[in-house]
Structure formats: C-alpha cells, structure tokens
Ligand binder design. Structure first.
Ligand SMILES: Cc1ncc(COP(=O)(O)O)c(C=O)c1O
Length: 458
C-alpha cells in the first residue's frame, strides 16, 4: 500500500521536471508538494514506484498490459528475434514473424477479416482505417464518399485524421481546423436516456445523419464495442445489428475500433464477438502485445482489401516500423499466453464476481451508475441519485483532480477518474486479476468514495 508525502527531491524527479514532457499532463502541477509519479518496477497485477510503494494496476497500464506485468518469456521472445532478424521493414518486403502474426490474427478474427495491415499503435490503426475507407470507395469510382461518422465523447486517437473521429470537444478545439469530414452522432449513454426511449434510438441517429449528409458523401462509421470515454457505454440489445444493416444499406464501411476492447478485455479476442456483429475493418493495438512492445494493426475484410490486391494497385500508406519483427515476436508470445492460460475464459468466468463487487458500491450516496462488460467497468458519480444530477465543471475539477485521483493513488489503487463526459471512475485490471484484487479494489473505492461524499460533495 502506498504512503503519503515522500521526498520529491530524487534525481529522477529533477530530471523529469526539467526534461520529460508527459502526455496529457499538467506539467505545471508538479511543484514542491506534488511529485511526479515515477513507476519503476512491475509484477503481475501490481506496479511499484521509485520509493518502493506498491499499487494495484487497476487500469492495466492504459488498458493494455492485459496479460499482467513482468513475464520474462516476452523478453526471451524479443531477444531470440533480435538474434535472428533485428529489423526489416514491410515496405515492399516481408519477414517471417509479420507473416505468421498476420495469419494468426486472421484466424482469430471473425468473418472474412483476413487482411492485416500493421501499425505502431492505435492512432495509426485508426488513421489507416480512415484512409483505407476513402481509398476503397475511390477505387470503386465513388471518390466523393469521404465523410466519417463517429460518436460524441468517443476517443479514437490524436493524429489529425483520428482526431476528426474523436468526439471530445476539449481535445479538438486547440488543433482546429480539423481534417474535414468528421460528423458526430449520439452515443449509447443509456443511463442518461429518458426511460421511454427506444433501445435502438442511437442506431437510428446514425441513419438520420447519413441521410442528412447525403449517403454519396459518407465513407465509414467508426464505433467501439463498448465506448471508453464517458465511462464504458455498453450498446443496447440490437444496436450493432442495426448499425450493420444501415452500413450495408448505404454502402458505408463499418469500423470497429477495438484498441481497448480486443484481446480479452470483454472476454473475447475481439469485442465485436461479444455483441455478435462483423465489421468491415477492426482496429487494434495496446494488448496485442500486452504492451510489452508497441504495435497496432488494422484488420480488413477480403472485400475491402480486394481492390488493392490486383494489377498495379497499392495502398499508398505505411510506417517504417510497423510490423517490427521484435514487436511481432512479442505479440506471438502474448497470444501463446492467452491460449495457454485461457485469459478470455478467465474474464468470462470472473466478470460476474468483479461486477458484483462494484455493484455493492451502489449503497454509497455518490454512486449513480455501474456499467461495463468483462474487465472493463465504470462507476458514474452523481450529486443526487434520484435526479441523476451531475457535477458542474468546477465541482468536477474539485472532485476528480482535487481529491479522488490523489486519494486513490495514495491508497495504492491506480484507476481512472475522468470527466470527458460526466465524472466516472474506470477500472480495467489485468485479465489475470482475481478475487484478491477485486476485494482490494472494493476496499479502496468504498473508503475513498465515502470520503469524497463527506469532504467534497456534502
Ligand atoms: C478506442 C481507441 N482508439 C484509438 C486510440 C489511440 O491509440 P494510441 O494511444 O495507441 O495511439 C485509443 C487510445 O486509448 C483508443 O482507446
């Protein structure tokens, strides 16, 4: 368990303050009283800071260390690969590990999703899917099909194309103008819907937007199986089936952005399997290697890939390091672990117990909703359970950044306290987590959420 207020004057702290630019971080917040959290060691479900304090990694790094920390066999696979072939590029060449991994991903993916285009991460996978969607329609003589429909509050990455899909206003405005074509529609935040709303209302909204924009201008719809930003929005029954039909009707590609939801997070290799739909393109990254090496991929259906596989055609897109042999070897080792330990089966067997533990927190006055699927769950916090009244910006700032984030960390739990929609706490532990970790999460959350109510809300 972590302890409070230790010296911030270590050498690493000084160097980090002077030279490291942390992502999405308020660097100015690290003053004499607030140290930069430096994580220096990890094992299983736990990470350790530079002082030796232990934390339960309730976020799997950033939704990515799904097989858990500290598995030396991944390093051994990387070392073997460096000895055999350190690097070769996929620009006009192939190498054994990329070929084997592509075939393995195709064998795991549903339907006719058989063509794998590697990237270095999630934003690049999304960027690739958006470019492929436009290019695919152009190859069919429909070059005016360029628009992209995404959902409000969804996060799809930070590169300029991916950002045009990201539906979080604060992340967009500083970089405007956006890449043209991004349109946003309502998400499936069912907790905030009126009781009498049809379950497939949000799918209808996608059709309305396609018709409004003009189907001849729309290239693709991009959605996560369970939307992360906003706090684990689960689709209502029939939602994805209806979206699939709409995409077919208007010749619009369906992109399932599974950068978080693939690789067992929802108890299946792919999130779309959980909700029984087959998209045209799947984007993955993060836990493809359980984050032991950076890697992502866009997996396209045979139909979408077909125009690029004949004659002189090519997809004029790529990244030097994508499909790196060392990352591919690590991904193969990772998938071996998934098979050997049946990590997806473990999630399906244990998700009920995990959820039950979180449901028991509904007794606390601040807990308005508990939602999610698999090992991907969120708690929405409210001021009033009956009216579902949420917090204004200033209150939310005080609650999340002024209290919860620091308190949870101090008590040894890393999770996400977030207000990209309404304020939520998100949990996504490594897929090896079990009763012991669920109880630990429960103990920290019940204490800290009760204190948050007493000290910040009331
Ligand atoms: C759904 C989704 N898409 C894309 C991305 C971008 O991935 P990356 O940070 O690897 O570029 C993320 C990152 O969290 C994500 O959650």
């Amino acid at each position: 368990m972590a302890t409070a207020s230790q010296s911030v004057d270590t050498g690493l702290q000084q160097l980090a303050r002077r030279h490291l630019w942390m992502h999405f971080s308020r660097m100015g917040a690290y003053d004499a009283d607030h140290e930069i959290p430096i994580i220096s060691r990890a094992e299983g479900c736990y990470v350790y800071d530079e002082h030796g304090n232990r934390y339960l990694d309730g976020l799997s790094g950033l939704f990515c260390v799904n097989a858990g920390h500290g598995r030396s066999e991944y390093g051994e696979a990387a070392a073997r690969q460096v000895e055999e072939l350190d690097f070769y590029t996929l620009w006009s060449y192939a190498h054994p590990r990329a070929i084997e991994l592509a075939a393995r991903l195709a064998s795991l993916a549903p339907g006719e999703l058989n063509r794998v285009f590697f990237t270095n991460g999630g934003s690049e996978a999304v960027e690739s899917a958006l470019k492929l969607s436009r290019n695919y329609h152009r190859m069919h003589g429909k070059g005016q099909k360029h628009k992209l429909i995404a959902r409000e509050v969804a996060y799809h990455g930070t590169s300029m194309g991916a950002l045009s899909a990201t539906g979080i206003t604060e992340l967009r405005t500083q970089f405007e103008p956006m890449t043209p074509g991004g349109c946003h529609v309502p998400n499936t935040n069912v907790y905030r819907w009126p009781d009498d709303r049809e379950p497939t209302w949000a799918a209808d909204a996608i059709e309305e937007r396609i018709v409004f924009e003009g189907p001849e201008s729309v290239a693709a719809v991009i959605l996560e199986p369970v939307q992360n930003a906003g706090g684990c929005f689960v689709p209502p029954d029939g939602y994805f089936q209806q979206v699939r039909e709409i995409c077919n009707r208007y010749d619009v590609l369906m992109i399932s952005d599974e950068v978080i939801c693939a690789w067992g997070r929802l108890g299946h290799y792919f999130g779309c399997e959980r909700f029984d739909y087959v998209p045209d393109i799947i984007t993955v990254a993060k836990a493809l290697t359980s984050a032991y090496a950076p890697m992502g991929a866009m997996i396209a259906s045979d139909t979408v890939a077909a125009p690029f596989m004949e004659g002189n055609a090519s997809f004029a897109h790529g990244f030097t390091f994508a499909g790196h042999p060392v990352a591919a070897a690590v991904a193969m080792a990772n998938l071996d672990v998934y098979e050997r330990e049946d990590l997806c089966g473990h999630v399906l067997a244990k998700e009920g117990e995990f959820r039950q533990m979180l449901e028991s927190l509904r007794d606390l006055p601040i807990v308005g909703d508990v939602r999610g699927a698999g090992f991907f769950q969120a708690i929405e916090m409210v001021k009033d359970k009956d009216t579902k009244e949420s917090f204004n910006d200033e209150e939310s700032e005080r609650l999340l950044r002024g209290f919860l984030s620091a308190e949870l960390y101090k008590r040894g739990l890393i999770c996400r306290a977030d207000d990209r929609g309404d304020p939520v706490i998100q949990l996504a532990p490594p897929l090896i987590a079990d009763t012991e970790q669920f109880e630990e999460i429960h103990d920290v959350l019940s204490t800290v959420l009760a204190e948050a109510w007493d000290q910040v809300v009331r």
